[in-house]
Design a protein around this ligand. Structure first.
Ligand SMILES: Cc1cc2nc3c(=O)[nH]c(=O)nc-3n(C[C@H](O)[C@H](O)[C@H](O)COP(=O)(O)OP(=O)(O)OC[C@H]3O[C@@H](n4cnc5c(N)ncnc54)[C@H](O)[C@@H]3O)c2cc1C
Length: 409
């Protein structure tokens, strides 16, 4: 992985949870050169067991991921343990992916499967119990606490908290909803109570584990309640900074990065799958989304390869036939020497003119050679160090935009 060559890939998958791994497996089996980069914080890592994935029900999440990585490696994909800190589009197409240690890998296409973060209230004692005695998903951990005493603690996500209380009532007839700051309307209170949920108005001051099998919930009014299990609804915060930095469009209705059913974002060459774009995705649906994206990415790369092969053949045919026609779309690339010359001229010419007028009042008597000398001492560094770099940036942005419009990434 040290040579420059080893840093060029067809696809870089960022995130190796269920979505990223599943995509990497499909791509590696399709003989695509894949690099998977992961920072090692899968969302369900606090949980001892994973449920609801047919054929893997009850498997520890770590074991699931390790076996997935073994499978992906066996088809030739590479892994790197690191955090991706930045992604930039390249002039010549594709992307530069920068890691925390400043290593840069390049890829023709990206799958971003960076998951999400669960935001919990700052209640003392809550975080250490997250994923063991306190959970959020009845589908993942409800069955395991069937017929037990369950506390649903009002969380940061109001609607989800009420839904949890009602849903968990299906698993047990001993479900308490501790309001913890959530104001229930009379209708909501009536519906939950009618369904058999006991409502406890109070704020939680501390949660602790009792012999690692039950929880004690202390309320600010000094009451202490005991339960076999707790549930709380976090606010989910997609880890979509990389997608946003690439300029991917956001769905104004959901606030999430917009992606089509195959995970393609508004940016050509950039796909997203799993919790980063679908916070409700379970492990099995995140894996399914990764697989769908991988097939779409492979199809996209294939079209590019077909285009290049056809263009080469056309060029050869043109040469053979003595044709002099130029290809319509010149390949994208860094600015040519002519473009650089024009940019430098654009920078220098107005500055010289401005400078000339600026010094005119007190340099009228100066010999022309001295005037030219003073002007060039000031103008050249300003143009070269300040103006030209800005113009180059504008040129790069316009070229990227043109490439996007032409699908040339
Ligand atoms: C406590 C808990 C228990 C759960 N139990 C279940 C269950 O039993 N069954 C079930 O179906 N679902 C369960 N879930 C939901 C499950 O965790 C998600 O459905 C699943 O993790 C989504 O997979 P993903 O690939 O989208 O994201 P993740 O699995 O979260 O993977 C994202 C990966 O991207 C990496 N990453 C993020 N940013 C970067 C970056 N900049 N550079 C490099 N890498 C990066 C992270 O380190 C992480 O490894 C549970 C969730 C929680 C919180």
């Amino acid at each position: 992985m040290d040579t420059n060559k080893a840093r060029k890939h067809d696809v870089i998958v960022i995130g190796s949870g269920a979505a990223g791994l599943s995509a990497a497996l499909v791509l590696a089996r399709a003989r695509v050169n894949v690099l998977v980069i992961d920072s090692g914080e899968p969302r369900n890592s606090p949980a001892a067991h994973m449920h609801g994935f047919v054929s893997r029900d009850g498997m520890p999440p770590q074991e699931f991921l390790e076996s997935g990585r073994r499978e992906v490696r066996s088809y030739g994909a590479n892994f790197e343990s690191s955090t991706v800190t930045a992604i930039d589009r390249r002039y010549e197409g594709g992307f530069d992916v920068t890691l925390a240690d400043a290593t840069v890998h390049t890829a023709r296409a990206l799958l971003i499967a960076t998951g999400l973060k669960d935001q919990l209230p700052e209640t003392p004692g809550l975080r250490p119990l997250w994923g063991s005695l306190v959970n959020h998903c009845p589908y993942c951990h409800g069955h395991e606490v069937s017929d037990q005493a369950i506390a649903v603690i009002g969380g940061l996500a109001r609607e989800m908290s009420l839904k949890q209380a009602a849903l968990l009532r299906r698993y047990s007839d001993r479900v308490d909803f501790i309001s913890n700051g959530i104001q229930l309307t009379s209708i909501e209170r009536h519906r939950l109570e009618a369904f058999g949920v006991r409502i406890i108005d109070g704020a939680v001051s501390r949660i602790s584990a009792e012999a690692e099998v039950s929880i004690q919930i202390e309320l600010t009014d000094q009451r202490t309640l005991s339960y076999d299990a707790g549930f709380i609804a976090p606010v989910t915060q997609p880890s979509d900074q990389l997608l946003r930095s690439l300029g991917c469009e956001v769905d104004s209705a959901t606030g999430l990065i917009a992606a089509d059913p195959a995970g393609q974002t508004s940016q050509p060459g950039v796909w997203a799958a799993g919790n980063v774009v679908t916070p409700s995705a379970q492990v099995i649906t995140a894996a399914g989304a990764g697989s769908v994206s991988a097939i779409a990415i492979n199809g996209w790369l294939l079209q590019k390869d077909l285009d290049v092969a056809a263009a080469k053949t056309r060029t050869n045919t043109n040469l053979r036939d003595g044709a002099r026609t130029k290809p319509k779309n010149k390949p994208a690339g860094p600015p040519s020497v002519h473009v650089r010359a024009v940019i430098t001229w654009i920078a220098i010419f107005p500055l010289v003119t401005l400078g000339f007028f600026a010094i005119a009042p007190f340099a009228a008597e100066w010999p022309p050679v001295l005037r030219a000398f003073v002007l060039s001492i000031v103008v050249v560094p300003v143009a070269v160090y300040l103006v030209v770099p800005q113009l180059m940036k504008i040129h790069k942005a316009l070229t990227s935009k043109r490439n996007q419009l032409l699908g040339k990434v």
